[in-house]
Design a protein around this ligand. Structure first.
Ligand code: HT7
Ligand code: ZN
Length: 844
């Protein structure tokens, strides 16, 4: 397969002014008739006319009304064209029903829908399918189905047809079409300048009672983007459609967002608090793309972080404003460390702006999205809130309608602030997570912190240059008072010292407050200092971080040295859990332990080979000890944080439920599941029901409830996804693979549905002690299914290969077994480009 390089970018040879498309929908023989107004690009370096097109049956093509005979290949076609503006027309046939890859036009549950990002439009018709070609689209859909949708505003409709016009020039990846027998949940929004916008959420019949929350989230997002970024909506209508078969979470097509139904449908009975929070964030994310992604798009796919990093950053800000900012920050950092640090530390590491790719779908990664968002946060910290706001205004003014680059983005900050951001740009270009080591000195009232930064080599990048790192630091007195409030230290050198004068005693530093940079802090800290910070730090993130570090060091001692659980940690944790002045959601997070994956990596960093089963056992022992240590407190917490009011998925209620359920998980270890069974029997919402079911399975008392849950929910595919996952997640390591295997034989297992596939095989991959079972059965089972899925859906297959990305951590026997499975995948005849690229990168 061909590698594409950022350095090889050249402007398109032809630009497009307008596109007219007619769709005659039919499951096996959809006809697409296109009329496209091209003109030569004055900035082009070539005059070659090439249109992308894959799996299209071409009936005819015309230029300026004259039939032509283009030269076709597997990737598209070429043709001789005039050296002046011209009209291209063509008719092709496609088969949506055979499209299981879920890219281009496909059918899900009887509904036609499209997914064109990144390169799906070329499966619909011949077109220059690249984001720097932007055009207005007019679309006519011919079908007997009652709901016919496309981008922009509706312009005509009648018996068996509808026409849409999108006045905003857009790249083809933002094109969308939906047709089906759908139910509408309507609403309205008046923009700040008084424009009336019609809002609709379209769903399959039966799902109409699950739209209200998403609609409220949409209106809050529209208002927030006006208030905080000054961005107003720009069409008469905004449609959202829920689709069951979808490769990712959602898609920001102009005026017609398409959502994985799991990311929009919500009801208290069927969705957990975490689902509600996620749905609110994803609705916001897709809506925010209207400006950061659609009005200003990316010049090429290397610039993906331009829209994704910024939009993730914006949706995090939104959630922080709607809910609790500290809790959101802690959740984001847990996710960043769990996925992005893992990626940055392994064979799939790549810069936030990659320099090359084979298959762009493989670069919708935690690095591009989440690390990309961290870079925006760092920029804001460095320039300050006021200049950030000015720079963003300039960005929207200067680049509205553009297909822009990271250079354009940084330039608006340089022009706003006069800063030179060339060093900051290294964050976009260098892969790997910097290690930030810290030493301290105190003499005559002066406290000095010395930092050293170092980034390990990553694939293709041996040498790293120092980056600018904003390090937020506060200092506490030994009595716990803050003597220096949060200060931003701007580190630019490989090694750099910062002094604080006039301190009466050696302070206790709180470093990297609010996780001010995506780095790994390496500092020898005593457990007593961690306990001190857990008790006294005024920065909620570092307060939580201190508890997490204590838990980690105790667990590592248990795993390495067979130590007993650390009572210092248990006492410090108990003090936090008991402290009713603290946010319950924060306390619930404090009760969480480092993930088993995190512990495995910590052991590797200490030069040890992790044993996944031993890690699992240590975590079990510690949880048991937590339950025992807090056995008097937990029933009080559990009772106190029961929510009596009618269910609301807001921060207050979900925080209370999270704390009570964290208590329940420990109580179940002491009472054998009695309280959990009572909660299960009484539950009137999914948060309570699922938490109780998890406790029952973990306590070995789940059989009846697992059956009952299935009977209760077998009609609801999103709930049944939870049922699949939970049984695997809660399984004993020796049973996890068998449980997953048995579930792949369940009549409701459906390989072609990405949600169900992920709920089953993804849950296995997320159970380290089960997946890395010494028998190798986890590796074999996942591989069996990846091989079955690849010909059906390469994109989802390739993404799930990342389960193997940590193979180098493990012992020789496990390494050999994983390599054998990777080789088995590579040996498959006709393996997709997506999966070939992923497995090749993982293997090297
Ligand atoms: N911009 C979208 C990314 C995307 C995608 C979504 C659904 C299916 C396939 C996809 N490929 C890429 C989603 C987002 O970031 O908002
Ligand atoms: Zn996005």
């Amino acid at each position: 397969p061909q590698t594409i390089f950022l350095k090889d970018y050249t402007p398109p040879a032809y630009l497009v002014d307008s596109v007219h498309l007619t769709f005659r929908l039919s499951p096996e023989h959809t006809r697409v008739i296109s009329r496209i107004a091209f003109r030569p690009n004055p900035d082009a370096q070539s005059k070659d006319f090439f249109l992308h097109g894959e799996n299209l049956r071409l009936f005819w093509a015309k230029i300026d009304g004259q039939e032509v005979e283009p030269e076709q290949s597997l990737e598209g076609l070429t043709c001789a064209v005039p050296d002046a503006p011209f009209t291209w027309e063509a008719e092709v046939e496609i088969s949506p029903i055979s499209n299981t890859a879920l890219e281009g036009l496909y059918i899900s549950g009887g509904m036609y829908c499209t997914q064109c990002e990144a390169e799906g439009f070329r499966k619909i018709t011949y077109y220059p399918d690249r984001p720097d070609v932007m055009a207005t689209f007019t679309v006519r859909i011919e079908s007997d189905l009652p709901v016919l949708l496309s981008n922009g505003n509706p312009v005509a409709e009648g018996e068996g047809f509808a026409e849409w016009h999108d006045p905003w020039p857009k790249p083809a990846y933002l094109f969308a079409l939906v047709a089906g027998d759908l139910i509408n949940h309507p609403d309205r929004f008046t923009t700040k300048s008084g424009k009336e916008v019609e809002l609709n959420i379209y769903v399959r019949p039966g799902d109409e009672d699950k739209c209200a929350f998403g609609m409220e989230a949409l209106k809050k997002s529209m208002k927030w983007d006006e208030d905080v970024y000054g961005r107003e909506y720009d069409l008469d209508i905004f449609n959202i459609v829920a689709v069951d078969d979808f490769n990712m979470g959602a898609m920001e097509n102009k005026g017609l967002n398409v959502f994985n139904s799991s990311c929009v449908l919500a009801s208290p009975e069927t969705s957990t608090d975490a689902n509600f929070e996620r749905i609110e964030a994803i609705i916001a994310h897709e809506y925010f793309h209207n400006w950061t992604g659609n009005r200003i798009t990316c010049r090429d796919w290397f610039q993906l972080c331009l829209k994704e990093g910024l939009t993730v950053y914006r949706d995090s800000q939104f959630t922080s404003d709607m809910r609790s900012a500290p809790v959101k920050r802690i959740e984001d950092v847990i996710a960043l460390r769990g996925r992005q640090f893992r990626e940055d530390n392994g064979p799939l590491a790549h810069p936030v702006r990659p320099a090359s790719f084979v298959e762009i779908n493989n670069f919708y990664t935690a690095t591009v999205y989440e690390k990309g968002a961290e870079l925006i946060g760092m920029l804001k910290t460095l320039v300050g809130d006021a200049d950030y706001a000015k720079a963003l205004d300039l960005y929207f003014d200067r680049h509205d309608g553009d297909a822009a680059t990271i250079e354009d983005w940084l330039k608006v900050f340089e022009d706003t602030t006069g800063r030179d951001l060339s060093q900051f740009k290294r964050w976009y270009e260098q892969a790997g997570t910097p290690r930030l080591s810290v030493s301290e000195a105190y003499e005559d009232g002066t406290y000095t912190l010395t930092f050293k930064q170092d980034t390990p080599p990553t694939p293709g990048q041996d040498q790293k240059d120092p980056r600018v790192i904003p390090i937020a630091v506060g200092l506490l007195n030994p009595n716990g008072d803050e003597v220096v409030p949060t200060t931003i230290l701007e580190m630019t050198e490989a090694e750099q010292s910062f002094r604080f004068e006039g301190l009466a005693a050696k302070p206790v530093p709180s470093i990297l407050r609010d996780f001010s940079a995506p780095v790994i802090l390496q500092r020898e800290v005593s457990d007593s200092e961690r306990a001190f910070l857990l008790a006294h730090d005024t920065d909620p993130f570092n307060k939580w971080e201190a508890g997490r570090a204590l838990a980690r060091s105790g667990l590592i001692a248990m795993i390495r040295d067979g130590a007993a659980p650390d009572t210092g940690y248990l006492d410090a944790l108990q003090a936090v859990v008991r402290d009713d002045t603290l946010d319950p959601a924060f306390r619930a997070l404090a009760m969480g332990l480092p993930s088993q994956d995190d512990l495995a990596q910590t052991l590797v960093d200490l030069g040890e080979t992790p044993d996944p089963k031993a890690i699992w056992q240590a975590v079990e022992v510690l949880k048991q000890e937590m339950a025992q240590h807090m056995q008097d407190l937990l029933p009080r917490i559990y009772a106190q944080y029961q929510v009596d009011d009618a269910y609301r998925p807001d921060a207050d209620q979900s925080g209370a439920r999270a704390l009570a359920n964290a208590a329940l998980a420990l109580i179940s270890r002491m009472d054998g599941g009695v309280q959990a069974q009572a909660q299960y029997d009484a539950a009137d919402n999914m948060t309570q029901q699922l938490a109780a079911l998890g406790c029952l399975i973990a306590a070995g008392k789940g059989d009846a409830a697992v059956q009952a849950f299935y009977q209760q929910w077998k009609h609801d595919r999103l709930v049944i996804d939870k049922w699949f996952s939970l049984q695997i997640m809660q399984a004993d390591p020796d049973r996890a693979v068998d449980t997953a295997r048995a579930l792949t034989g369940h009549p409701d297992f459906a390989m072609k549905n990405p949600n169900r596939f992920r709920a089953t095989l993804g849950a296995l991959a997320g159970h380290p002690a089960g997946f890395h079972h010494a028998s190798g059965a986890g590796y074999a089972l996942l591989t069996d299914w990846l091989l079955k899925l690849d010909p059906v859906n390469p994109q989802t297959t390739a993404r799930m290969c990342s389960a193997f990305e940590t193979w180098k951590r493990y012992d020789r026997a496990r390494q050999a077994m994983i390599l054998a499975q990777l080789d088995r995948i590579l040996a498959q005849q006709g393996l997709s480009r997506d999966t070939t690229e992923m497995v090749t990168r993982i293997r090297n």
